[in-house]
Design a protein around this ligand. Structure first.
Ligand code: PMV
Length: 322
C-alpha cells in the first residue's frame, strides 16, 4: 500500500524525552508540544509484502544504508506486533519531494508515511482508512516510536501531542511556513542526542514550568486567528530551545552566523506580518497568513545572505493511495 505524509513544524517544541524501559515508551516527551502539519513537502512510502527472506529497502531510489535498514526493520516489527500480525518481509520504497537536510524534518514524515503504508498493507484497504479516522491515535503512537515528532505528522492542520499520542487540533486558519534554507549540511549533533542533553542545561527545569501556559496561548491564538500573539510564543519557544542547547554540557550551537543575522534583522523590523521559529538546525521557518517570499528576498539580499526558499502551508495530514 502507498501512503503520503508531510513533515510538521513545532510551535511548542518537543525538546527532551523521558527514559524508556520498554519499546512502548520510546520517545515519550518531557512536555506537551504543538505543531503545524505541512502540505507541499511530502514523503511517499510504498510498502508491499514480498516472498523473499529479507526486506528490500530503498530511500530516494538508493538502497538504504545498514543503519537505516536496521531502524526501519525494527519499526516494521513494532508495527506488526502492535497490530497482531506475524513477521513478514516487505519491499519498502520511500522518497521525499523536498531537499534533504533542508531543516524540514524528514524523519517525521517518513515514519508517519511508513507506519500508515505498512499498517494499510497489514489490515487491508477498507480497514486502513480508519488509521486516519477513529484509529488515528494508534497510528500516532506507532509513528512516535519510530521518531518522536512523527507522532504529530499523522493528521493536520495542527496537532497537539501530550503523552502517548498526538491529537488533531482543528482550524480553518491555514498558516504558511516559508523556510529559509541557509544550509543543507547535516547537523553535527542529531536531535536524538540533543534530547538527552537537555537535563544538563540550567534553563531546562524552568522551561517545563512555562510550557502549559504557552500551549494554552498558542491554542487561543489559533482559535482567534491572532498572529502577533502566536508569534510572540513561537519565537520565545524557538529561542529557548537554542538557549537550552547552548547552555548544556557539552554546549551545542545549531545556528549559523547567517541564522543570527537573519533573526536580528527580522527582530529590528517595525511592524511584522510574519514570525520565526527554528528546529534543531540553522534554517529559519517564517510563519505567516499570506505569502511573504517577495518581502523576504530583498531582506536577504540586503544582508548578503544566500538562501533557498521553500514555501509551504498547513495541510490535512497523510493520505492513502491504494
Ligand atoms: O523527532 P525528533 O527526535 O527528530 O525531535 C524533533 C525535535 C524538534 O524538531 C527540535 C522539535 C519538535 O518538536 O519537532
Amino acid at each position: 500500500m502507498i501512503a503520503v505524509a508531510s513533515p510538521n513544524i513545532a510551535f511548542i517544541k518537543y525538546w527532551g524525552k523521558l527514559d524508556a524501559q520498554r519499546d512502548e515508551d520510546r520517545n515519550l516527551a518531557t512536555n506537551p508540544s504543538f505543531s503545524l502539519t505541512l502540505s507541499k513537502a511530502q514523503t511517499r512510502a510504498d510498502v508491499r509484502r514480498i516472498k523473499g527472506d529479507a526486506h528490500e529497502i530503498l530511500i530516494n531510489e538508493q538502497a538504504a544504508s545498514a543503519k537505516d535498514v536496521a531502524k526501519i526493520s525494527e519499526h516494521v516489527t513494532r508495527v506488526e506486533r502492535a497490530l497482531g500480525h506475524p513477521a513478514g518481509h516487505y519491499r519498502i520504497e520511500t522518497g521525499n519531494n523536498f531537499p534533504a537536510g533542508a531543516g524540514i524534518a524528514s524523519s517525521a514524515s517518513a515514519y508517519a508515511a511508513l507506519s500508515l503504508a505498512l499498517a494499510g498493507e497489514l489490515v487491508g484497504e477498507r480497514e486502513a482508512e480508519r488509521f486516519l479516522g477513529d484509529r488515528n491515535a494508534e497510528l500516532s503512537a506507532l509513528a512516535r516510536r519510530g521518531s518522536g515528532s512523527a507522532g504529530r505528522s499523522v493528521a493536520g492542520p495542527y496537532m497537539r501531542w501530550d503523552g502517548a499520542h498526538a491529537t488533531r487540533f482543528d482550524s480553518d486558519w491555514r498558516l504558511r511556513d516559508t523556510i529559509l534554507i541557509l544550509s543543507r549540511e547535516h547537523k553535527a549533533v542529531p536531535s536524538s542526542e540533543g534530547h538527552k542533553l537537555v537535563r544538563t542545561s540550567p534553563h531546562f527545569a524552568a522551561r517545563l514550568g512555562k510550557v502549559p501556559e504557552r500551549l494554552a496561548k498558542v491554542e487561543r491564538a489559533i482559535r482567534h486567528r491572532d498572529l502577533p500573539s502566536l508569534g510572540r510564543v513561537i519565537e520565545e519557544e524557538a529561542l529557548e530551545l537554542h538557549r537550552i542547547a547552548r547552555s548544556g554540557t557539552p554546549p551545542v550551537d545549531y545556528l549559523l552566523p547567517e541564522t543570527r543575522r537573519v533573526l536580528e534583522a527580522i527582530e529590528k523590523l517595525g511592524h511584522r506580518n510574519f514570525f520565526f521559529t527554528l528546529d534543531a538546525g540553522p534554517n529559519v521557518h517564517l510563519i505567516s497568513e499570506t505569502s511573504i517570499a517577495h518581502e523576504i528576498e530583498p531582506l536577504l539580499a540586503r544582508l548578503g545572505v544566500q538562501a533557498e526558499i521553500w514555501e509551504d502551508q498547513a495541510g490535512d495530514g497523510p493520505r492513502l493511495i491504494k
